[in-house]
Ligand binder design. Structure first.
Ligand code: C2E
Ligand code: CA
Ligand code: CA
Ligand code: CA
Length: 278
């Protein structure tokens, strides 16, 4: 028994140590990264299903190390949320997204989607700060979409409800990210009116052309969205088969590697110009 215990101990320790030291490294360096402008927004195109027309882009943050290595948000966003660094980081993302949106709108009408963490939603003054960036860069509110996850809407604080109402009032678009993965209660959908549901890629992944059951969840989300006058966008679309299943189900927009990966800003501008023949 003693040996077994020790074996378990040896099995887990290196992994735990590695994770703890990764976190510590991230925490120590993220502050510097913010100060030194090492963060960068990538843009992933979003398309209308009909005509495969480019209609928007999701801004996704990357951390570019001084040596050029990219660190993905999965590695530092959770640490930023735990340490409070998500507030300055999220502010930077919103400001930078508005700055880029102003440039992109000179080429084409686009919706620029930005991810918001729950921590940002629960901080007073969000709507005012968003209004500040929009006017600083002269971006119409209608060109900005904010993505939140279901957990934010399960929060029944007055503050979150009020922030939502203010953003809507301004004309900012609101979307629920990773829809269907969070909570079984959907009553919040009536309380918080949002413009769009983003169907999580796990439901897109399981779509199979000759198996109607495979699309049951996506279909239910799409029909519910329609009855609540919300749009639907499917995430993580990687194959033509998935695209046509979603088109048949009546999904309106598509985002995924099939039609475009997240890319650096300059590449996105070239991509956009190639689409429009500019
Ligand atoms: P998310 O908001 O669900 O973003 C979609 C993720 O799926 C992105 O990963 C994107 O690169 C990836 N993706 C897009 N199309 C496909 C596809 O066809 N197949 C597959 N397998 N993946 C696809 P990324 O950029 O690594 O971001 C991961 C998560 O980090 C995001 O998930 C979001 O929750 C968070 N995140 C990213 N940027 C920000 C930000 O600026 N602020 C906050 N708070 N969170 C962010
Ligand atoms: Ca998102
Ligand atoms: Ca998502
Ligand atoms: Ca997510």
């Amino acid at each position: 028994a003693k040996d077994g215990g020790r074996a378990t101990y040896h099995f887990f320790t290196p992994e735990l140590n590695r994770r703890a030291s990764d976190r510590m490294w991230t925490e120590n360096n993220l502050r510097r990264a913010l100060a030194n402008n090492e963060l960068e927004l990538f843009f992933q195109p979003q398309f209308a299903v009909g005509g495969r027309r480019l209609v928007g882009a999701e801004a996704l943050v990357r951390w570019r190390q001084p040596d050029g290595t990219l660190i993905m948000p999965g590695q530092f966003i959770p640490v930023a949320e735990d340490t409070g660094l998500i507030l300055p980081l999220g502010d930077w993302v919103l400001g930078e997204a508005c700055r880029r949106a102003a440039e992109l709108l000179r080429h084409q009408d686009l919706l620029i989607a930005v991810n918001l963490s729950a921590v940002q939603m629960r901080r007073p003054g969000l709507a005012d700060r968003v209004a500040g960036w929009l006017s600083a860069y002269n971006v119409p509110a209608e060109a900005l979409e904010l993505e939140v996850t279901e957990s934010v809407l399960m929060d029944d604080s007055e503050l979150v409800a009020e922030t939502f109402a203010q953003l809507r009032e301004m004309g900012v678009q609101l979307a629920i990210d990773d829809f269907g993965t969070g909570y079984s209660s959907l009553s919040y959908l009536k309380r918080f009116r949002v413009d769009k549901l983003k169907i999580d890629r796990s439901f897109v992944n399981e779509l199979k052309p000759n198996d109607p059951d495979s699309g049951a969840i996506a279909e239910a989300i799409i029909s519910m969205a329609r009855s609540l006058s919300m749009q639907t966008l499917a995430e993580g679309v990687e194959t033509e088969e998935q695209f046509s299943c979603l088109a048949n189900l009546g999904c309106e927009q598509i985002q995924g590697y099939l039609l475009g990966r997240p890319m650096p800003y300059d590449d996105f501008v070239s991509f956009l110009k190639a689409q429009t023949g500019e």
